[in-house]
Design a binder for this molecule. Structure first.
Ligand SMILES: [Zn+2]
Length: 361
């Protein structure tokens, strides 16, 4: 059941109501009201992977409708990315975003702040502190625009440190990395030797905002999700070697859009995710070396991509059903993850209108 390609991505959201029925099986769907969500999903955490063309914008909405947006996508494009985020928020039934976390001040992450705040109320901004890449004009521009928004005095502001627990209710969000610092001790239950450190490469120290990314580990029920923003190889090694400070992860939000500067075997094979979801663009991220590491990860069941990667070609892209935006004109399709307290979860592709269910691990 394909939805037509369109220039206004907001129109793709209402049609996705179909997923509520497809998720409980075809027979039921023919009888049940399309407006009634399956019982279990009313207690689920919904996570929207908004297509911002190779930037990040990931919206978490708890069962009590508390919300956390990780990054705001790009500026410009007539507010395209902010419009797509607002469409996801509406779809989730929220009219305000409680927390907006900016992982770092690169344009594909913090650039959309002014457009977003012009379109939807925001409660609190969370970041790693000051911009440390003031030599880069584009990053400084993002930083200045963000400071202007904060200076208006309408928003609360939190500077997060590793080990902090973010105040969002209904899910546990623990800060792993911030401003170049990392958690110093393993998380509860973690700290095992990491076999993937053995033949690890030596990586150069990153000097950009990437290595300062504000990374979080989110726990909901039995499931653990990891988002490290664009954290680079050098920082991953400190986090994962010689011992794995994170433990195993169920759902890995692929670092740095699948750029080859991030996503080392020590990280990816150490956390050994069941599912990886990559927020790449057609021409950004999705680099073959990073893709190869993920696709060879020991416990991986599925790898989802927001876009077909042109650089990856046939050899380094997943099957089309796992891609929200295949090769061709952009339709702004999104992926939606449903995480339930019993440890089951599901991924919905707004393009195919199909949901894949995952049993508890
Ligand atoms: Zn980025």
């Amino acid at each position: 059941m394909l939805i037509p390609s369109q220039s206004n991505p907001t129109r793709s959201f209402p049609s996705s109501l179909l997923k509520l029925t497809l998720g409980v099986g075809l027979a039921l769907s023919l009888l049940a009201s399309a407006w009634a969500a399956p019982q279990s999903d009313q207690k689920a955490l919904q996570v929207y992977f908004v297509d911002v063309e190779g930037g990040q914008a990931t919206l978490f909405v708890t069962p009590a409708h508390q919300s956390l947006l990780i990054d705001t996508g790009w500026p410009g494009y007539d507010g395209r990315d902010a419009d797509r985020i607002v469409a996801a928020a509406k779809h989730a039934g929220i009219s305000k975003i409680d927390y907006v976390l900016i992982t770092h001040f690169h344009m594909d992450h913090g650039g959309g702040v002014p457009q977003l705040t012009a379109r939807i109320p925001v409660g609190t901004f969370i970041d790693h502190g000051v911009n440390r890449e003031s030599t880069d004009a584009a990053t400084s521009e993002v930083w200045d625009a963000y400071q202007k928004v904060l200076a208006a005095g309408k928003f609360k502001h939190i500077v997060a440190k590793p080990g902090d627990r973010l105040p969002i209710r209904g899910m546990k969000a623990t800060v792993i990395s911030s401003d170049g610092e990392l958690i110093s001790q393993p998380l509860a239950g973690a700290g095992q030797d990491n076999a993937s450190c053995k033949d690890a490469e030596q990586y150069p120290a990153d000097k950009t905002e990437n290595m300062r990314s504000l990374g979080t580990l989110i726990t909901f029920g039995k499931l653990r999700l990891l988002d490290l923003g664009d954290l680079t190889h050098d920082q991953e090694m400190k986090l994962m070697c010689p011992v794995n400070k994170l433990g195993k992860i169920d759902i890995y939000i692929v670092s740095h859009h699948g750029s080859s500067q991030s996503g080392s075997p020590a990280l990816v094979h150490g956390i050994a995710p069941r599912v990886a979801i990559m927020d790449n663009g057609a021409k950004k991220g999705g680099n073959p070396p990073s893709w190869d590491v993920i696709s060879k990860s020991p416990n991986l069941e599925d790898f989802w991509q927001l876009h077909y990667s042109e650089e990856g070609g046939v050899a380094h892209n997943v099957a089309t059903e796992f891609i929200a935006n295949p090769d061709g004109p952009d339709a702004g399709n999104y992926l939606e993850l449903t995480v339930r307290p019993d440890g089951t979860f599901a991924v919905f592709n707004s393009r195919t209108q199909k949901t894949k269910e995952y049993p508890a691990g």
